[in-house]
Design a protein around this ligand. Structure first.
Ligand SMILES: C[S@@+](CC[C@H](N)C(=O)[O-])C[C@H]1O[C@@H](n2cnc3c(N)ncnc32)[C@H](O)[C@@H]1O
Length: 218
């Protein structure tokens, strides 16, 4: 993939929400991205209660880094965060997206300061960004996550980030007893995660969505 192919083309909705032209989908909920992140990805993985030094969070779809910012905000333990992203935003795009979350301004500025290096420290979080298609990168990754944020665009619009083979790789790169959380409750996603080796459960979704999914590696 050339650098040109990788750059995301964005539209901006009212309230400063970026929308991907390639996938025709917003990066986070139109009803409050930060509250959604806290509900789905943090509470969905029982964070911060499970955090301990060396705890490793991994993510499919770094996007604006909002999930990382919300994680860094609640973490007082030294932890690790690895995120896979095929179409990295450039710094002006990140800055525009972060402007919607003034309460996270200091952390967001620190994120942007380290972003180009792809490995940096954000508060107590040791961050690594893996740039490329997750379907290529994850099988080669030699890490294992204690908690996953599965945050592709909607499975209907971004099926490549929710397929059976990739969900198998997610489970294979999860510690025993490790967890995942996602806003999606799509049947085929839940089945793929179950077949991969997670005990999958439904939980109440965020802001009017009936369900989200979470699971524990058996
Ligand atoms: C819903 S957005 C993620 C939002 C993000 N977690 C945040 O906090 O802003 C989905 C992300 O998945 C990325 N993506 C889509 N297909 C991908 C693939 N095959 N491999 C890696 N990343 C992919 C998109 O570029 C986009 O950044």
């Amino acid at each position: 993939m050339s650098v040109q192919d990788q750059r995301p083309d964005l539209n901006w909705r009212e309230g400063g929400i970026p929308v991907s032209q390639r996938f025709d989908d917003p990066y986070f909920s139109l009803n409050g991205g930060l509250a959604e992140t806290r509900h789905v990805f943090l509470a969905g993985n029982d964070l911060p209660a499970r955090l301990h030094p060396g705890f490793h969070v991994a993510e499919l779809g770094f996007g604006t880094g909002l999930n990382l910012l919300a994680l860094a905000e609640i973490t007082d333990q030294p932890i690790r965060f690895t995120s896979f992203e095929a179409y990295p935003m450039d710094l002006p795009q990140l800055e525009q997206a972060h402007a919607a979350f003034p309460e996270l301004a200091a952390l967001a500025a620190a994120l942007r300061a380290g972003y180009s290096a792809r490995r940096f420290r954000l508060g107590q979080v040791e961050v690594e960004l893996m740039i490329g298609d997750a379907r290529d990168l994850l099988p080669q990754w030699n890490g294992a996550a204690d908690a996953w944020f599965l945050d592709g665009f909607s499975p209907a619009k971004n099926p490549e980030l929710w397929g059976e083979a990739l969900m198998g790789e997610v489970c294979a790169h999860t510690t025993p007893g490790g967890t995942f959380a996602t806003y999606s409750a799509a049947g085929h996603v839940r089945r793929a995660l179950g077949a991969a080796g997670f005990a999958v459960t439904r939980a109440p979704g965020y802001a009017g969505k009936r369900h989200m999914s979470r699971g524990v590696r058996l």
